[in-house]
Design a protein around this ligand. Sequence first.
Ligand SMILES: *Cc1c(COP(=O)(O)O)cnc(C)c1O
Length: 357
Amino acid sequence: MTANINKLARKNIQTLNPYQSARRIGGQGDTWLNANESPISVSFKARIECFNRYPECQPNDLVSSYANYVGLSNSQILVTRGADEGIELLIKAFCKPGEDAIIYCPPTYDMYAINAKIADVAIKEIPTFKNTWQIDLFNINLNLEKVKLIYICNPNNPTGNIISKRDLKSLLKITLGRSLVVIDEAYIEFSPKNSMVNSLKEFPNLIILRTLSKAFALAGIRCGFTLATEEVINILNTVISPYPISTIVTDIAVQSLEKKAIEDMRNRVLTLNMNRIWLVDELKKISYVKKVFDSHANYILVKFYMFEKIFQSLWEKGIILRNQDHKNNLKNCLRISIGSNAECIHLVKELKNLSKI
Ligand SMILES: *Cc1c(COP(=O)(O)O)cnc(C)c1O
């Protein structure tokens, strides 16, 4: 007897291609430069010892700590299981399946479209301009019908560029009263002056996503934040699960937002930004590097001659990069996360060896 369980799954799930996370793709590496994680680990010990009670839905200490870090009030903050949960909750709360739509601007982070597909919400793709990777305001404006959410990633993953603040403000003005603009600031600590946090008081349709996974070096604990007006946060609080943040996660996250830990984070960012500048310089000297795109985050997008061979050869040597060749306007491109000093040196050495063959 065959049960044919697959046929029971919703149609949009049967054909869904799940997110190809670095951990899912696998590989046998010792130099992981494919997930934009921090190469440096931070060390915290749990302070709490009792786990028999459920946690608060929104742990008050953690909300206060993050509010203090970003200069907002507690009522403007939602703690989530990574920024990824924020992306999902927004669609759940604001988009009606089969009726509403989201806009996203590829090449960018895949999870906006994947979450829309899972929810059976229509996706309007408005690609950014090739090579400048700025948003196409004109075409976004023409396509706003039924659009509840517009996802913009800033700095953009995987291109590394900053979206112009003027464009973002224009977008917020155009869409006021019609759609919400979600700015994913997962990498903003690497370029803090470009944050839109200060625009929250001006634009009630602005929503910002943040995470502890990148600059804070805590991808393993799964903790993120949604910043918005109190009204939006209240709506999200009606759809979030009752106990989304475990007691252990809150314990570690609160410690990571203490004064000294934030100083350490800022020093890590300085080191990684310096490593990036060094790596960009070195890559530009290598003959089969066609183009290195300017980056304001802890990764760089690089266009190669013979990208396939380079990707494979490095993979076999245990250096795992992220292939971007399949994405809009990113033919022959690889994304390289900025590693430790030793990892950057190792990568450049192997690339130089390859150019001798
Ligand atoms: C890594 C990343 C996220 C996911 O963050 P988590 O908090 O780990 O879920 C969200 N957005 C972008 C653009 C990312 O690169």
